[in-house]
Design a protein around this ligand. Sequence first.
Ligand SMILES: Cc1ncc(COP(=O)(O)O)c(C=O)c1O
Length: 399
Amino acid sequence: MDIPFKGDLASNWQLDESIIFLNHGSFGATPTLVLEEQRRWQNLMEAEPVRFFEEIAPNALLESRKAISKLLNCDYDDLALIENATSGVNTILRSLQFNPGDEIIVTNHTYQACRNSLDYVAKKSSAIVVVCDIPFPVKNSQIIFDKIVSCVNKNTKLAMIDTVTSPTGLKLPFEKIVKKLEAMGVKVLLEAAHGIGMFPMDLEEIGASFTISNCHKWLCSPKGVAIMHVRKNLQELIHPLTISHGMTFPLGETTRFRHEFDWTGTRDVSGWCVLPFLINYLENLIDGGLNEIMSLNNKLVLKGREIICKKLNIEKPCPDEMISCIATLKLPGNAVNGIPLHEPDPLHISLLEEYNIQVPVWYWPNPEGRYLRISAHLYNHDSEYEYLADALFKLLNKV
Ligand SMILES: Cc1ncc(COP(=O)(O)O)c(C=O)c1O
């Protein structure tokens, strides 16, 4: 098998050249110049820590919120910079008060860490977690919309809705779901771990009560950079996981939400500080900027999925419109049943050790089987999916 090409822009990333990297979806990957810009902020921090934390960082972080608010069409004062999607979900869920019998909707495709957080919160207040089963394969997004809406009743207080599901890579009709549920009086926590940088998002238009999104996935920021958006009228309900000075700081001309989220203790804020640079970098990386990057990534993953389905003679599990920049396929053959999520599938190990391919393979129970999830970003090339398809064909047909 010929070693595949890399995308034309691959040299902008730090990725190991010997690896066929098809898992942007888990942790993202950050371009070299962005990491250098982060280092510049760290040098500023270490040159004069007091001035940095008291004067430089507050202004820089304001600029970061402003830059993100332009991308997401929202008020920058309704945004908090947080570390990751998991902490954002925990922040919202652990701030809200639930009463015994209150219902919270989630789907069976939700990321397990966020589901754990929800189960924990529900158990403490005797609230009920209502799991909406989404079929996979699925014929169209209307089926998912109908199923989620049918779970609502007078006890429903909140729904945690993914933009894109982690195990199955389905782009849910989240705009439509949020609009409907919020209109029915159900607050929505939009779990957009895969969101910003993956497709355009207009938070004012979407209208969710709460939104969290990772910048370290599809916006390619340094690790530990995410945002949380809370609708103005709900901000007094939400507190950071770490209570700090902001709780009692004199209010002045700002809000308690701002005070509480702008300072949660000393930490390395350099990843957050690079956001304006990062957005400008992506806007200028190719003609058409970020919108074009998102569109190219979408086209490439669709092509990759086509190549693999053809080679393995499997059906696409959902229509193209439900694919963003990741795509999941249920592999043919016998699953290695019941391998827990935290243990590697032997196929994943063979792909990595024998073919240098980094791509997630996991067991998933709905329906039971072995699943592969591919990703696409600018550093990828069609031939990498051809190579993966050939490797899968050989490994799955090995006697
Ligand atoms: C849908 C979804 N939610 C949440 C997360 C967690 O993201 P983080 O580790 O940045 O908190 C992931 C990570 O893969 C995810 O796919």
